[in-house]
Unconditional design. Structure first.
Length: 256
């Protein structure tokens, strides 16, 4: 797969104070190694990677092709996919620029799962127990489901051929994520109520399949979506808060 690393974010004030960089992807976690550099190293070692593009205000090197960022995350996604050639197998791997622990093996395992399930958008989910086992000092937002307690990864496999034609639906879905009223209108109030009740009262009210169908409805029904459970929490161990930054630096110092 071609790989697009999304590095167009701007540091929040507290992260800037801790890291000293305006782009969080450039935060140094180990001597001479930025968060982006660690991710690029993993992608380059991956057997699944065909080519690497990075969208964001980052240094240009021979390790990847740099693309200028847009105004929003969705702009970056669409601009990046449009600028990249088609992958051999039709998928592009989207990688956020804040998962410095990710490994080539984890990327290869997820890519293989994505190809096997064949959906248009494939998203990794990780059990909270696995996250605590691998990264006990890092916090994650999680969801209680019938199948267990899961958090989401920061890697996607997508078919660009279905993304561009549905660009406006994707923009609308992304914009609705922080509005209960808009989510209710797009998902259906019954589904939204089930999500809330499952977290507060009874996790068995919500399962992975129901969530997949809800996201498909959110995207207009024309894009197939699949969540796959992965056993390597490195795809979801994101560093986006000062506390995460301190913990990541501690871990890399121990490893070295």
């Amino acid at each position: 797969m071609n790989v697009l690393i999304l590095a167009g974010a701007t540091s929040k004030p507290d992260f800037f104070e801790a890291a000293g960089v305006s782009n969080p992807a450039l935060a140094e976690l180990a001597p001479g190694k930025s968060m982006l550099g660690l991710i690029v190293d993993a992608v380059r070692s991956s057997e699944s990677a065909e080519g690497i593009w990075v969208i964001g205000k980052v240094p240009t090197t021979s390790g990847y092709t740099t693309l200028p960022p847009g105004q929003t995350l969705i702009d970056n996604l669409l601009h990046g996919l449009a600028a990249m050639p088609e992958s051999v197998d039709g998928y592009t791997l989207l990688v956020s620029s804040d998962i410095p622990f990710v490994t080539a093996a984890a990327l290869d395992a997820f890519a293989a799962s994505a190809k096997q399930c064949g959906a248009d958008i494939v998203y990794p989910i990780i059990s909270v127990d696995k996250c605590k086992e691998q990264f006990p000092g890092m916090r994650r937002t999680a969801l209680k489901l019938r199948e267990g307690h899961f958090t989401g990864g920061n890697v996607f496999a997508v078919r660009p051929s279905v993304i561009a034609p549905n660009a406006e639906l994707i923009r609308a879905a992304h914009a609705a994520r922080k509005s209960v009223a808009r989510l209710g209108a797009m998902l259906g109030w019954a589904t939204l109520a089930r999500v809330v009740a499952s977290q507060l009262i009874m996790p068995s009210l919500l399962d992975v399949c129901r969530l997949e169908m809800a996201v498909q409805r959110l995207l207009g029904g024309g894009i197939s979506v699949k969540a796959v459970e992965v056993n390597d929490a490195s795809v979801g161990a994101d560093v986006d808060r000062p506390g995460d930054l301190a913990e990541a630096r501690r871990v890399f110092a121990e490893r070295s």
